[in-house]
Design a protein around this ligand. Sequence first.
Ligand SMILES: [Zn+2]
Length: 420
Amino acid sequence: MSRLTPALLFFVALGITVTAAPPVNVEWNPPNLPPAPLEGPSLCVGAYLEPAQGQAMLNAALARFPDRASWDAYAAHLRQRIQENIGLSPWPQRTPLNAIIRSKRVYDGYTVENVAFESVPGYFVTGNLYRPLNAKPPFAVILSTHGHGSRVKKPADFENQGRFTASVQARGGTFARLGAIVLSIEMVGYGDSIAQVGEAAHKRPFTQTLQTWNAVRALDFLLSLEGADPTRVAVSGESGGGTQTFLLTALDPRVTLAAPVVMVSSYFFGGCACESGLPVHRSKDHFANNAMIAALAAPRPLLVVSDGQDWTQHVPQIEFPFLQQIYGYYGVPQNTANIHLAAEGHDYGPSKRAAVYRFIAAHFRLDLARTLDAAGGIDESHITIEHHGPLHVFNEKFSLPPDAPQDIAMIERTLQQLQR
Ligand SMILES: [Zn+2]
């Protein structure tokens, strides 16, 4: 055999020469972007582009990265830049979650519990856990994120905010009845997080860092639960929760399905510090609008829900064809879908929830029949919508641990120390 070695080496060498893809230059800024500031980060805030400009950026991206190899290379570059510029490179050390799960309520086919865990030592991510009563493991897991709501001036205002809303409760309960475990988590400075850091903490750019890290740790929590199925991990939320959805999906390969609602746009970048407060979209050598960040889900199943009254109004003509092209690179154009509700507005209402139920049930083999009415429509009437009171994890009976830091700057330093 030894006398064949030179020939084998030759063919091996030849094979490598022939099959290796040429290196792709992944540094890219499309032409005709607005001028970058002379100093400081290039933030893309709110309606940074016109719709026609957003479409031009997507066309330029497809022209520059016209196949799977070139897009894969740029996608890796984008992930790296997003992770760096969002403040999570290197990834912080994972510290004990010290999870609290309590106050279980039993409803029709599911339970609700109140949850807190420490994403970094001393910062409590707060939420609700919805679990199935009539299903056997393994359980698909779903992370539910929420958008920006009105501020809380009096306790009753919680009813209209984040995880306390009927929309978040309905999707938690419905997916649990279908056999999944659902965690709804709170934005920084919302809900029970107000008691720790106050509402003003939300307006700092660091919120984009912390919320993304909180979502990563929420997957750690969900996947630590008994019976959790790591092959079926979904994330879905609306508006600012849609931003959290595609950022987490871009950065965390454990996500196997994403359903961002009313947020995937080529020209609107999110107006809050937690969406565009850090230069995730643009630097000297990268650009990505939110449609391109959403495309980092490929080839994993991706449902984009859009409507006729906000920055997702052009999705069927602009953003979805782009996503289909990217998914086509992987040979799975059927893995992305768009439900466009032209007569609707910026919410996660019943028809949008129905679209997400159907998409996730199909991909995760959930028993959709458990929530269908006689006519085949989605029936959420089995869900008990609670007032905000029982949903709080910190309240008069269970107070926030007194040693929990309440200064968001201290929490920022703690996270940075975990990156050393
Ligand atoms: Zn925000």
